[in-house]
Design a protein around this ligand. Structure first.
Ligand SMILES: C=C(O[C@@H]1C=C(C(=O)O)C=C[C@H]1O)C(=O)O
Length: 96
């Protein structure tokens, strides 16, 4: 397989990843709205541990640390987005 073909494969995978990441952030938004409504904390460490435990079982050891890092970043970004949304909801509530 040529380098060009391999890069086309990566482009196809990236398009799928983008769709999935946007879908994941959309669910994170729904969770943030519920957290704001019910005054729950942003971070849920047991839930994060559950995700990493599943990942450790699912992913081959050779790439496990790299996928682990990817998920740390994914969860960090998800929480940054949620924190922004929760602040927006709280600011709006204060104005009313
Ligand atoms: C999405 C949530 O909020 C946070 C973000 C998580 C994630 O992106 O997977 C997991 C747990 C929480 O720390 C949640 O509480 O489920």
């Amino acid at each position: 397989m040529s380098l060009e073909t391999k890069r086309e494969k990566i482009d196809t995978i990236d398009a799928q990843l983008i769709e999935l990441m946007v879908a994941r952030l959309s669910v994170a938004k729904e969770i943030a709205q519920e957290k704001a409504r019910t005054h729950q904390p942003l971070t849920n460490k047991p839930r994060e541990q559950e995700i990493f435990d599943k990942l450790d079982q699912q992913v081959a050891s050779e790439v496990r640390p790299y996928v682990h890092t990817l998920f740390e970043d994914l969860i960090l970004v998800s929480k940054q987005y949620q924190a922004h949304l929760i602040k927006e909801i709280q600011d709006q509530a204060e104005q009313n």
